[in-house]
Structures are given as structure tokens and as C-alpha cells.
Design a protein around this ligand. Structure first.
Ligand code: PNS
Length: 159
């Protein structure tokens, strides 16, 4: 059974993340979407809220599990018996950081492969950071977050 981890902050999940989840889910038997508990960041959504929204989104995809993790990604991947880490690359500007992270993860866990997937080009400029900023100022989040979660995310960010 081939399992992959798709880790991230997902604060909140965007249309780009959702596009990537659907692509990755086609490639493996089991996809674990994992929200990082990051004590050094003050998030807009709690980990539980992010997990809940992702679960709502993937209801129709039985091979996708949603969970959260602490600590090193490679340790979490090992505990999940995953062979693959999936990361999204939207543009060249993402690449340097992703490349360094992939090489460092390979140093820590040589058998774990990082696979990069590209979301649809119309999502190239979509990021959780822009979603938070636009949402905080009451802007339109259409095409930036999955439609079924849009009212909930917009309401939360406008507070
Ligand atoms: O969505 P993000 O914030 O770009 O995701 C970054 C994430 C969660 C993939 C990365 O920060 C991570 O894996 N953190 C866990 C700690 C870890 O393993 N650090 C070493 C990375 S080489």
C-alpha cells in the first residue's frame, strides 16, 4: 500500500491546496493531509478548526485522511508508514525553499521521497496569507478558498 503525507499549515485551506489534494489522492492508495502544530506562529484558525474544514472538504474521498502533527515531518511520516511527502509548487519563487526542505528531509530520512505537484495555473497566486489578508478586510474570497467553506472562512476572518 502506497501512502503519502501532504503536510502544511493550511491556515486556512485554499483552492490551491484543494486542487493538490485531489491530484495527490489519484496517485496513492492513502493520502494523509497533516496540519502542523506550530507553536512559533499565531494562526488565524486553530489546528482543530483547520482539521475540521479539511475533513468537510474530503468527505467524498475515502482514501484521504486528515490529521495534525507535532515535531519533525520525517518522524511523523515514519509513524504513518508513508513513503512519500507531497508538496505543491505554484511558481518558481516557491522552489528554492521547497528544494532545501526536500533535501534536508532526505538527509534525515533517505528512504522518504518528496514529490512536487503543480496546482492549476489559475491558483498560482493563491496563498493562505493572501486569503487571511483579504478576508480580514472583508474582500471577496471566491476562487481563493473552496466554495463550500467560503462563508465559514469569510465570517471567521472578518471578526
Ligand atoms: O504550509 P507550510 O507552512 O509551507 O508547511 C511547512 C511544513 C509544515 C511542511 C514544514 O514547516 C514542516 O515540515 N515542519 C515540520 C518540522 C520539520 O520537519 N522541520 C524540518 C524541515 S526540513
Amino acid at each position: 500500500m502506497r501512502s503519502a503525507i501532504y503536510p502544511g499549515s493550511f491556515d486556512p485551506v485554499t483552492t490551491g491546496h484543494w486542487d493538490l489534494i485531489q491530484r495527490a489522492a489519484k496517485l496513492v492508495d492513502r493520502l494523509v493531509v497533516a496540519v502542523l502544530h506550530n507553536p512559533s506562529k499565531t494562526p488565524a484558525f486553530t489546528v482543530d478548526e483547520r482539521v475540521e474544514m479539511l475533513r468537510e472538504l474530503v468527505k467524498g474521498l475515502p482514501q484521504v485522511e486528515i490529521t495534525s502533527f507535532h515535531g519533525l515531518l520525517v518522524d511523523f511520516a515514519k509513524a504513518q508508514n508513508a513513503q512519500v511527502i507531497v508538496r505543491g509548487v505554484r511558481a518558481f519563487s516557491d522552489f528554492e525553499y521547497e528544494f532545501q526542505m526536500a533535501l534536508m528531509n532526505r538527509k534525515l530520512a533517505p528512504d522518504l521521497e518528496t514529490v512536487f505537484l503543480m496546482p492549476k495555473e489559475k491558483y498560482s497566486a493563491v496563498s493562505s496569507r493572501f486569503v487571511r489578508e483579504i478576508g480580514n478586510m472583508g474582500g471577496n474570497l471566491s476562487d481563493l478558498v473552496p466554495e463550500m467553506l467560503r462563508p465559514q472562512i469569510a465570517r471567521h476572518l472578518r471578526k
